[in-house]
Design a protein around this ligand. Structure first.
Ligand code: HEM
Length: 407
């Protein structure tokens, strides 16, 4: 338990640390990776380069520090990160390493301003925060291992089938190499895949949403080939998967994780809204909702450059044709002539509030969003403009989670 005094010191110094947040976290990662290069096997190097992970970890520590006297108030955020950590295989010893280099970075960057009192208080607070994460993650490890077909850490899977779904998206059907059952999952969850491309010095771990219906003897992921734009290079792992992972190849997977799942006992209409490869969890959710046959209207809205890049279009077209309750509408920024003939193509350009109002029968629906950050921000803003309550909008980001709610 932290003393009143420590809590006061922490709360009064959070704003100072936030101001120096970037410098602290950059220094923290540099010194930590120099001393512990083995950690480069688990951190996403692309996120590091873009500074996204630096911001995510530091912001979470500051948020937790602000709520240090009532950590349960930020439990959903902690659980979301814990899912990611569990999927990556983060262990308690690594919290000691992170804590050591984070405190050192605070000292180094703040210099004399970081008094012994401040450093001691932050040391205590970090331990409380780390213990909260470790406890939740421990439960998740136990749960993942104990469920039918579950396992701990990474398990070898074989690519049973590789299917091109669009010009840029390819599905991989993955079956366990040991021939034993696999854990079920909730639609919307993801797996981590661990790969070591020959040309790389470190293993790389990436998360991909599961795109098929749970309950099958395989996991399916559908991966977009990430092409480089301007200074950003091609995605190392997505390119490797597309070019080098073939039927029969072996990969390492951790058990399904993630909290972006269908709300239990919800009977309202559902709107599944995706941009680009963000449609992968939506396909899993769509399949599951159709199978549940609950008489709910399911509106599937998808934005893509055009039909060439749009994966699973024929599949969703046929689901919509066969199920009265499923409504599909596609929005393309660069439709081709053939796309205009698709009966579910509905809009050229970007998704906006006027269009959403047209295609969604009942605004009082439950919304699930997934796509690139810019897409999510735009769609979230448009939904809010229509008066949709934030509580009814659930979303999953690519890469480090961020918040769409105004600060
Ligand atoms: C991801 C917070 C400790 C390794 C994250 C994210 C946050 C976070 C907010 C982003 C989640 C997302 O992607 O949605 C924290 C906090 C920690 C902590 C507050 C301490 C209290 C650790 C430790 C390790 C670790 C001890 C292992 C050395 C990672 C990795 C990712 C991650 C590898 C995925 C990021 C990527 O690959 O880009 N963490 N973390 N974290 N964390 Fe932690």
């Amino acid at each position: 338990m932290l003393s009143e005094h420590t809590i006061r010191v922490i709360k009064s110094t959070v704003p100072v640390l936030e101001v120096h947040g970037e410098a602290i976290t950059r220094h923290f990662y540099e010194t930590m990776f120099t001393a512990h290069p083995e950690l480069l096997n688990i951190f996403n190097h692309a996120n590091q380069k873009q500074g996204r992970q630096q911001a995510a970890l530091a912001n979470m520590v500051y948020t937790a520090a602000l709520h240090i006297d009532n950590l349960s108030s930020i439990l959903p955020a902690v659980r979301q990160v814990a899912h990611k950590h569990r999927s990556l295989g983060i262990v308690p010893e690594q919290y000691v390493i992170v804590g050591t280099y984070l405190l050192q970075a605070i000292k180094d960057v703040l210099g004399d301003a970081a008094t012994d009192e401040i450093i001691t208080a932050w040391g205590e607070a970090y331990n409380v925060i780390a213990d909260a994460f470790i406890g939740i993650e421990q439960d998740m490890y136990t749960e993942a291992e104990n469920q039918t077909g579950g396992w701990e850490g990474f398990r070898t899977f074989k690519v049973a089938k590789k299917v091109q779904e669009s010009e840029i998206i390819t599905s991989f059907y993955l079956v366990p190499d040991d021939g034993q059952p696999i854990a079920s999952y909730e639609p919307g969850q993801y797996i981590s895949i661990k790969i070591k491309p020959e040309a790389q010095s470190f293993t790389q771990i990436r998360q991909y949403s599961l795109s098929d219906t749970p309950g099958k003897p395989h996991y399916r992921i559908s991966v977009k080939r990430e092409r480089g734009v301007l200074e950003r290079p091609d995605g190392v792992i997505s390119t490797y998967l597309h070019d080098h992972i073939e039927e029969g190849s072996l990969v390492e997977l951790s058990a399904p994780a993630g909290d972006f799942t269908l709300i239990a006992d919800d009977k309202r209409p559902v709107v599944l809204l995706s941009g680009g490869v963000g449609l992968t969890p939506m396909i899993s959710m769509l399949n599951t909702l159709v199978n549940l046959n609950e008489n709910r209207t399911i509106t599937f809205l998808h934005a893509s450059p055009n039909g060439q890049s749009h994966a699973f279009r024929d599949y969703v077209d046929s689901l919509a044709k066969r199920n009265q309750g499923v409504k599909a509408y596609y929005c393309y920024t660069q439709p081709e002539d053939a796309d205009r003939e698709n009966e579910y193509f509905h809009k050229e350009g970007y998704i906006d509030a006027i269009w959403l109002r047209q295609v969604i029968d009942e605004l009082d629906s439950t919304y699930y969003l997934c796509g690139p950050v810019s897409f999510m921000r735009a769609v979230y803003t448009e939904l809010q403009a229509l008066g949709v309550a934030a509580d009814n909008i659930h979303y999953e980001f690519f890469g480090p989670k961020a918040s769409l709610s105004p600060a």
